[in-house]
Design a protein around this ligand. Structure first.
Ligand code: GTP
Ligand code: MG
Length: 370
């Protein structure tokens, strides 16, 4: 193909989309993350980030610009992926609990979210929305960045009694860097000291201009506790999603991103994967980051075993050779030999990257140590 989106290219290079946007900005080409760039620009970026350009015909390694861009007529509409972000304790998990009719908060240790939760919600009209819950604690900055990079829409939760706090602002910055539209949920509106107008005004100084203030960012007052404003919030998410015209080809080998991965005592390496395109099936051979595997079983967000997972679906995948890294790309490949080959290549790339690039900030240093 002659073109690729920034996000797609970033995924293939295992880089952050925001970093590519920044690099292009520095080269004098301002773009948004979902924008399509031509092959020359893509090749420039690949080199800029120190990757090798490799075409499918050269080898099976797919780090290059080769193509599996799906033809427009193969695309079917898919559920929006919506990430919930905001400062610690502003009510992100409560809001998601209210939307899902569950109670995850009460099961969290200290009431603090420490990982990205991925869930699907079916609305009254039968629309499906995929939600990612992120932690608000300052220690989890990297997870917020990752959330912003795999999402279509961000819901920024701001507690109306507390207002804008450091991780609110950080979440705004991640969202802007990722070029993703934002909906502001002004939460805890039931509290006597709630002041929604103050939140809207304060958002102005972060250059987030809500509709009431003459801008185009949608906002909605909610109470996760009293369960008010939820229908309106869902409505606004669906409206935003419609504008994005989200589509994916379900009839092709699956590609997805690791949201989280861990070594489970009983089940071995387990990765929560968000399928982006194609349909992941039990029995599929895949490569994920520097690991490979064959899908032994898949478990959906309700704990049920499933045989297939289409675009925008989060699933736990069992059958990995090892624990991949969060953010890694999963790609289904034809056979195990190829999977091992690609995995080995990626492992080598990873070592090379580690030994040649010095950490540029404390944050990077920590993520390099993980
Ligand atoms: P982290 O994941 O740790 O960042 O927190 P969180 O944003 O997920 O907040 P959480 O949902 O855990 O809620 C924090 C506290 O706020 C809990 O005690 C909730 O009961 C309370 N809370 C959440 N939403 C509301 C609301 O709408 N009104 C009131 N009064 N309290 C709320
Ligand atoms: Mg939480």
């Amino acid at each position: 193909p002659e073109s690729i989106t920034i996000q797609e290219l970033a995924n293939r290079m295992a880089e952050k989309g925001a970093d590519l946007v920044k690099a292009l900005f520095k080269m004098g080409t301002p773009v948004t993350i979902n924008e399509v760039i031509d092959q020359d620009t893509a090749e420039l970026l690949v080199e800029e980030f120190g990757h090798r350009i490799q075409r499918v015909s050269d080898s099976d390694v797919e780090l290059g610009i080769e193509g599996d861009d799906d033809a427009p007529e193969t695309l079917k509409s898919r559920a929006p992926v919506v990430t919930i972000m905001g400062h610690v304790d502003h009510g992100k998990t409560s809001l998601l609990d209210a939307l899902r009719g569950t109670n995850v908060v009460s099961g969290e240790s200290g009431g603090i979210t420490q990982h990205i939760g991925a869930y699907q919600v079916k609305t009254k009209n039968g629309d499906v929305i995929t939600f990612l819950d992120t932690p608000g604690h300052e220690a989890f900055s990297e997870m917020r960045a990752r959330g912003a990079n795999v999402t279509d829409i961000v819901i920024l939760v701001v507690a109306a009694d507390d207002g804008l706090m450091p991780q609110t602002i950080e979440a705004i910055n991640h969202t802007k860097a990722a070029g993703v539209p934002m909906i502001v949920a002004i939460n805890k509106i039931d509290k006597p000291e709630a002041n929604a107008q103050k939140v809207r005004e304060r958002l102005l100084s972060e250059e987030v201009v809500v509709e009431d203030m003459g801008g185009d960012v949608q906002d909605v007052q909610v109470s996760a506790l009293k369960r008010t404003g939820l229908d309106e919030l869902i409505e606004k998410v669906l409206l935003q999603a419609e504008l994005l015209e989200l589509g994916a080809n379900p009839d092709r080998p699956a590609e997805g991103n690791v949201i989280e991965a861990k070594l489970d005592k009983g089940r071995g390496p387990v990765a929560t994967v968000l399928v982006r395109k194609g349909t992941l099936k039990v029995g599929d051979t895949f490569v994920v980051g520097a690991e490979s595997g064959k899908v032994r079983a898949m478990v959906n967000d309700k704990g049920q075993n499933v045989k297939v997972a289409g675009p925008s679906t989060p699933v736990e995948v069992l059958g990995l050779s090892g624990v991949p890294m969060a953010g890694d790309q999963l790609s289904v490949v034809e056979n195990e030999a190829r999977a091992r080959e690609v995995a080995a290549y990626r492992a080598e790339q990873k070592t090379r990257k580690r030994t040649t690039s010095a950490p540029t900030s404390f944050e990077h240093m920590f993520s390099a140590l993980n």
